[in-house]
Design a protein around this ligand. Structure first.
Ligand code: KG4
Ligand code: ZN
Length: 375
């Protein structure tokens, strides 16, 4: 693990995986080496994957947005432009792989911020042109699902979920229940009708005066709070769909009332408020996941996306799984939030399936998994 401050934008380089002594098969005809690029939001990331095994995963996180309480798209694009070449260079060096060994470059086509996506897509296309290698477009959500399958040379052969399995995908922009039939075949059976689970965390945190992104801060406070201290409204939504916008309103009204009586209410009760809000979000998520498992009969269950880093959700999924006889699988923490390793794995499986992209494929701010897999 290496951290270094790169420039005045306070971009932190974190080599999430470093392995120098890996025995690399240098015969190109016998192995497939993918360079992956992720730039959909505020993390610039590059990874190298050989034959489905992760060799390196470098991430430059943009700290510049913190002071604005959310991602500023224009600043994100500029930072991606500054970061992309050093990040790719770092990923190749960490993997001990040269540009000439790359068989394909995989990149996030969408969904995400258009300006951010453009930087990654343009780099990927230029690289593919220059090195005359294949180009593979990846849907960001496809990556989040496959994050569960990321293995390094040390973890190859680890037990994994068997197809078909259920994936609860919970990120800053999406909340979906997905039947994963194969590496490149998935069906969404439930989705949010308004806010995503990550948004619920972030909006609650904002009300409480916590920094952006709020999810990890709520998680930290919740660990020492009482989840039953306060009751918040849970939505009554039919089928396997979700709604989180009411929770934010419920918390807002509750706090406004309490603060009128005691100005220090939030400061004095922050741990209990966070624990209660988090436990409400988790119980909403689990209720529909349990229903999905009952309806489909599928008992292999995984989670993915930034909110899959939440310690309460991870514990709750594991506990529920034990109670209901599921086999549950949790992605490694470092692969829950945005990273190129997951994009590389998705690109690898698309490469094996012969699904290549062309130079005239444009990035897409909105890009549903249905559309992506319907092609
Ligand atoms: O997957 P991700 O990195 O980006 C998107 O694709 O949206 O997810 C970001 C989201 C944010 O809403 C962030 O607050 C949330 O993941 N998040 C968490 C935790 N870590 C990140 N939410 C709850 N608990 C966490 N520990
Ligand atoms: Zn994401």
């Amino acid at each position: 693990m290496r951290f270094s401050t790169v420039n005045e934008n306070k971009i932190i380089f974190a080599c999430k995986y470093r392995h120098k002594s890996v025995a690399i098969n240098r015969k190109k005809d016998m192995s497939t080496t993918i360079l992956a690029i992720e730039s959909s939001c505020d993390d610039t990331s590059a990874a190298v994957i050989r034959d489905g095994v992760l060799l390196s995963n470098t991430i430059a996180s943009q700290k510049v947005h913190e002071r604005y309480g959310g991602v500023v798209p224009e600043l994100a694009s500029r930072s991606h432009q500054q970061n992309i070449i050093p990040v790719v260079d770092d990923a190749l060096k960490q993997a001990n792989v040269s540009v000439d060994e790359i068989d394909a470059v995989g990149y996030t086509r969408g969904p995400g911020l258009l300006g951010s996506l453009l930087v990654g897509a343009s780099f990927a296309k230029a690289f593919a042109l220059a090195k005359d290698c294949k180009l593979v477009e990846v849907n960001h959500l496809h990556g989040h699902v496959l994050a569960n399958f990321i293995v390094t040379p040390e973890t190859v052969g680890r037990e994994q979920a068997k197809f078909p399995f259920l994936c609860l995908l919970v990120s800053g922009g999406h909340t979906q229940i997905i039947i994963v039939r194969d590496y490149t075949s998935m069906e969404i059976i439930g989705t949010t009708i308004d806010d995503a689970a990550g948004e619920a965390f972030d909006k609650c945190a904002k009300i409480l005066g916590l920094p952006y992104p709020g999810g990890p801060h709520i998680d930290r406070h919740a660990k020492i709070g009482n989840p039953n201290a306060f009751q918040f409204n849970k939505p009554q939504i039919p089928n396997l769909d979700y709604s989180f916008s009411g929770l934010k309103t419920s918390i807002l009204y509750f706090l406004q009332k309490q603060v009128q009586e005691n100005q220090n209410f939030i400061a004095e009760n922050i741990d209990d408020i966070c624990a209660s809000a988090q436990s409400t979000i988790i119980s909403i998520l689990l209720k529909k996941l349990i229903l999905a498992s009952k309806q489909t009969g599928i008992k292999d269950v995984v989670i993915g996306g930034g909110v899959a880093a939440n310690s309460g959700l991870r514990d709750a999924i594991t506990e529920t799984g034990k109670r209901l006889g599921w086999r549950t699988f949790l992605p490694e923490l470092r692969y829950t939030t945005d990273n190129a390793a997951m994009i590389g794995l998705a690109a690898y499986h698309k490469y094996l399936a012969g699904e290549f992209s062309t130079q005239n494929v444009a990035p897409r701010a909105r890009y549903s998994l249905q559309e992506y897999f319907a092609k």
